[in-house]
Design a protein around this ligand. Structure first.
Ligand code: PEP
Ligand code: MN
Length: 337
């Protein structure tokens, strides 16, 4: 980190600022330029309160050299993190696909879809039990009954289950019932929830917030990891832009960005990104080609009557054909589905 002082700052103020910055446990070097005095901080600067430093009148600006996240940072953990869920590895050579309906609606629905996606090669079953809906009058999910039905579908098919948590008071139930706990886009910055999940050792699928920057996204991962839970899988699901044709804008460039900045696996959700079923295939293919570590795809046996997100759900037959194509694309990248 560098702290640039204003023009014509007096010697005693330079010494005072140096002392303040040393108080954070960093080594501080004073560089006297022609017009500016620059204080260079070396060591662990993650505890330095930038806003406080900027409040000093003698400070012109503060610039970070190092990213504010440590545990999620590739600089301190060069090798890829591989999250092992029931023996299925996410972040390694395999590219697992998570598939299933937006919401669990009934026993018949979830079991039938689970059997279909399993036969097509999906590695996990998804299904929302607690749904974060924009309108309080929309279907809110079957809640605890939904969790029971997911467990039933897991028993029938052997597919591990992924479902979204919305509040910290459900953590114990999720830890015992679910294989991957999903944190939805709307809760990416629910820091209390993230802290509590950090105390567990369950794999967490952390979705990118609606308007979150890459740095904010990684800081949310850092919240979970700071508590000791390093089993974090990132998920890009589209972000808000000026474009309204699609539900969100799929930011595929986040894949190489995350690969550079972090060691955590990143998967893509083409369903919520585009919000249109006919875009799921091209966006899935592009994601695998761009190096995604997995996909999460909404599949419904009767999208026209789905209680949530039918417009972006593909039918099992389409999913099956898609998986065949994805296998070929993964092979080009020396990966397997
Ligand atoms: C979901 O996966 O069902 C969901 C609600 O996604 P998101 O949080 O990305 O909107
Ligand atoms: Mn959905």
């Amino acid at each position: 980190m560098v702290v640039i002082l204003k023009h014509n700052v007096e010697e005693n103020e330079i010494a005072r600022m140096k002392g303040i910055l040393e108080g954070y446990g960093c080594k501080v070097t004073v560089m006297n330029g022609k017009d500016y005095v620059v204080l260079g901080l070396l060591g662990d600067t993650s505890d330095v309160n930038i806003e406080q430093i900027q409040a000093y009148e003698s400070v012109d600006r503060v610039m970070r050299v190092q990213e504010p996240y440590k545990k999620a940072n590739r600089a301190f953990h060069p090798e890829n993190t591989v999250v092992d869920v029931c023996g299925i590895k996410i972040g390694g050579n395999k590219v697992p696909v998570i598939a299933g309906p937006c919401s669990v609606e009934s026993e018949e629905q979830i079991v039938e879809i689970a059997k279909n996606v399993k036969a097509s090669g999906a590695s996990f079953l998804r299904g929302g039990a607690f749904k974060p809906r924009t309108s309080p009058y929309s279907f809110q999910g079957l809640r605890e009954e939904g969790l029971d039905l997911l467990k039933l579908a897991r028993k029938e098919t052997g597919l591990p289950i992924v479902t979204e948590i919305m509040s910290a008071d459900m953590i114990d139930r999720f830890v015992s019932d679910v294989d991957i706990i999903q944190v939805g886009a709307r809760n990416m910055q629910n820091f209390e929830l993230l802290k509590q999940l950090g105390k567990t050792r369950k794999p967490i699928l952390l979705k990118r917030g609606l308007s979150a920057t890459v740095e904010e996204f990684l800081m949310s991962a850092e919240y979970i990891m700071a508590g000791g839970n390093e089993n974090v899988i990132l998920c890009e699901r589209g972000i808000r832009t000026f474009e309204t044709y699609t539900r969100n804008t799929l930011d595929l460039s986040i894949i190489p960005a995350i690969k550079k900045l972090s060691h955590l696996p990143i998967i893509i959700d083409p369903s919520h990104a585009a919000g249109l079923w006919w875009m799921v295939e091209p966006m899935s293919k592009a994601a695998i080609a761009a190096g995604a570590d997995g996909l999460i795809i909404e599949v419904h046996n009767d999208p026209e009557h789905a209680l949530c997100d039918g417009q972006q759900s593909i039918k099992p037959k389409k999913f099956d054909a898609l998986m065949t194509k994805l296998k070929a694309i993964a092979a080009v990248e020396d990966r397997e589905i």
